[in-house]
Design a protein around this ligand. Sequence first.
Ligand SMILES: NC(=O)c1ccc[n+]([C@@H]2O[C@H](COP(=O)([O-])OP(=O)(O)OC[C@H]3O[C@@H](n4cnc5c(N)ncnc54)[C@H](OP(=O)(O)O)[C@@H]3O)[C@@H](O)[C@H]2O)c1
Length: 329
Amino acid sequence: MASCCVLRELQQGGPALCPSQYAAQRVRTAGPPPRPGKMGLLRGSPRRPPGPIRPLRSWAPPGPGTASGWRARPGRSPRSSRSMEPHLGFRGRRALVTGAGKGIGRAVAVALSKAGARVTALSRTAADLESLAQECPGIEPLCLDLADWDATETAVGAAGPFELLVNNAAVAVLQPFLEVTREALERSLDVNLQAVLHVSQIVARQMIAQGVAGAIVNVSSQASRRALRDHAVYCSTKSALDMLSKVMAMELGPHKIRVNTVNPTVVMTDMGRINWSDPQKSAAMINRIPLGKFAEVDDVVNSILFLLSDKSAMTTGSSLMVDGGFLVS
Ligand SMILES: NC(=O)c1ccc[n+]([C@@H]2O[C@H](COP(=O)([O-])OP(=O)(O)OC[C@H]3O[C@@H](n4cnc5c(N)ncnc54)[C@H](OP(=O)(O)O)[C@@H]3O)[C@@H](O)[C@H]2O)c1
């Protein structure tokens, strides 16, 4: 009997009753039919007909002036501005973010500060740091050119200790391989690789001396894993950064310091705009990204916050792709 009830339920799309159950329910539900409205959805009332499933977002081919093929459903905000900060346990923790004057680094500094961390924002242009301190008064500015080894040693050493570090500062000088200049190569190696190693050394030594568990996130790129035209130097520095991060994870793990990378696809920050504003070039890249769009700054920030937080307490030596699937395509 049970199976016949189940079968009928499946056929009729609603709860099925065997004859004896049906008679008993008729007794219980005798009386006027339920009034329409909320109560009308209770047992004994007609079921609400199933409506069409409405997607949160729909896809349309990228058009002129739009980097993304995804469109928000009308009536919905295109992107939630809520971030994960209330749950991540940053309150009172000391964080250093490099390259925090603009773009991704600036957004990370603001997000960490809003989540209660005590943030030191390191960057090169004083005006950027002044406007950041106005926007977010709790943030401590540190104006420094990371290409200067000695100045970095003194300034970062004096600013610490820190429990959280985001090595985000980088330069992207795009040149065809045959035209790469010594200056571009040296500058890129200085900022994208050498400074990450050096700042991490200074911060990690202090973490170890203080006996605190720490987390380091190095901002790499999809370009660390895929050859891109005119990116000989940039790809090489990011590739080296991924490997540096793995060795750091191996050697710092026993000191309870986790090290991971976040590897974004193109993001339309100043760096992204300089290199990807040409519509033909950006369309060719978007066509290789399964999700059909570039990343937003928030996409990268959320991944960095996750890897800094105890939510990823067992993750070290890994790279989190924020690439819309570029690397699997
Ligand atoms: N945007 C993208 O498409 C993209 C894609 C993948 C990965 N990434 C990575 O994401 C990170 C952030 O990129 P972004 O797009 O936010 O770049 P951005 O908009 O150019 O901002 C970079 C920040 O780093 C600072 N900086 C650069 N050189 C410095 C130095 N020598 N000393 C101190 N600060 C320095 C810059 O300051 P100044 O302006 O004063 O020099 C700026 O505040 C980088 O590691 C980048 O490689 C970016």
